[in-house]
Write a protein that binds this ligand. Structure first.
Ligand SMILES: NC(=O)C1=CN([C@@H]2O[C@H](COP(=O)(O)OP(=O)(O)OC[C@H]3O[C@@H](n4cnc5c(N)ncnc54)[C@H](O)[C@@H]3O)[C@@H](O)[C@H]2O)C=CC1
Ligand SMILES: O=C(O)/C=C\C(=O)CC(=O)O
Length: 357
């Protein structure tokens, strides 16, 4: 039965090979004059080159973005933005850099131009995360949604192939949980299905030919769709588990999503048959029951990690993580019990291929 609420919510999106050439036009369109360019340390050279290109439109560079946005780095960026009198920020990078931009926007209201170089999708969401005293807190606030997103597939072509695969699986996770979200709607279901289709087709090509232009564009298109889904509907068990594993055990974000997703779907899809059908159709496989196994095979075949053990989670941490994950309350297709979550994490820890949903 049709019963939904849909509220369009999107930054301005400029998509295309070479889209970065439009940056000055987009800064001007915001009415901004002095942009602070943000990046991680490994992308500092690109950030400085961009600031140089912007000339007088650049207020400075802050290249100390860190995964999961430690409060100290957010405070340092806020101080630099204040000192250099920036009136906008440009986040050049993946979810870590865009997350730093969001932390800045949260307290200053500065408009953000996001230039994503991974497939994590943060640029399309009003979700921010900040880590303080070992605990990652997330929230939603319209102030942190970037005002403009420049999607340029040329920029993601330098993303190492292993990270490209895991980041693409991270994006697929947004769409998969969006398809069984308690607050989903038909438009976002269309976006989720097409996003999964684009990524499932692009990732094997990128695994063989990381520079293949059409596949880079297709993967980034999929990331846009999946990020839009993440931004507009509620996530469930899979994202909550990854949040716990990333925030409290410092596991790497995209890799953790890659490992956990098949197990979370094996747990949930039996209670979400329409989502399972859509995922099977998007992946080009016959039986919805085979979706979790097919995703696990895809990850393994493309060289992604398949166990939490190889990401550094100890056997003892499985107990702690299960207990922590059960402290949150949220809608999930299948009711949660501590025993079932513990079993799911144990399977993911050992890297066991999930059986049919
Ligand atoms: N708030 C939200 O809606 C979302 C937030 N996130 C957050 O984003 C963070 C993870 O973001 P990711 O994009 O997975 O990783 P990331 O932004 O940490 O990037 C991973 C590494 O790859 C490098 N890198 C990125 N793009 C590159 C490129 N094109 N070429 C070469 N190197 C490149 C980065 O400098 C970094 O060293 C987590 O903290 C996660 O919680 C992720 C998704 C959504
Ligand atoms: O943790 C955050 O910074 C906010 C959301 C996400 O990371 C979404 C995700 O788990 O991919």
């Amino acid at each position: 039965m049709m019963d939904f609420i849909y509220q369009a919510q999107s930054p301005r999106v400029v998509f295309g090979r070479g889209a970065l050439q439009h940056l000055e036009r987009e800064i001007d369109a915001l009415g901004a004059r002095r942009a602070l360019v943000l990046s991680t340390p490994p992308q500092a050279t690109a950030a400085h080159a961009l600031a140089e290109r912007l000339g007088e439109r650049a207020a400075g560079v802050f290249s100390k973005a860190v995964m999961h946005v430690p409060i100290e780095s957010a405070q340092a960026a806020r101080e630099v933005a204040r000192q250099c009198q920036a009136d906008c920020a440009i986040a050049l990078g993946g979810g870590s850099t865009i997350g730093l931009g969001k932390a800045l926007a949260l307290t200053s209201g500065l408009p953000i131009v996001a230039i994503p170089t991974t497939y994590a999708g943060s640029e399309m969401t009003p979700i921010y995360g900040i880590t303080e005293a070992g605990l990652k807190k997330t929230g939603r606030d319209p102030r942190v949604l970037p005002r403009t997103v420049l999607y340029d597939p040329l920029l993601s072509s330098t993303l190492p192939v292993g990270l490209s695969v895991c980041s693409g699986l991270n994006a697929i996770a947004h769409a998969a949980e969006g398809l069984y979200a308690s607050d989903s709607n038909p438009i976002l279901d269309l976006m989720a299905e097409d996003g999964v289709r684009a990524l499932v087709q692009a990732l094997p090509v990128l695994h063989q030919q990381p520079q293949q232009a059409e596949a880079r564009a297709q993967a980034l298109y999929g990331a846009w769709l999946c990020g839009s889904v993440l931004g507009q509907v509620s996530m469930a068990l899979h994202h909550k588990l990854c949040h716990t594993l990333g925030g409290s055990f410092n596991l790497p974000h995209a890799e953790t999503h890659s490992v956990v997703l098949p197990h979370a779907l094996a747990f949930n899809l039996g209670h979400a048959p329409v989502a399972a059908q859509r995922l099977a159709r998007a992946m080009g496989i016959g039986s919805p029951a085979n979706v979790p196994g097919a995703l696990w095979d895809l990850a393994r075949d493309l060289g992604a990690p398949t166990s939490l053990r190889e990401l550094g989670l100890s056997a003892e941490d499985v107990d702690t993580a299960s207990a922590l994950a059960m402290t949150q309350q949220y809608p999930n297709p299948r009711p949660l019990t501590h025993r079932a979550v513990r079993h799911l994490l144990q399977q993911a820890h050992e890297g066991i291929r999930p059986s049919a949903a």
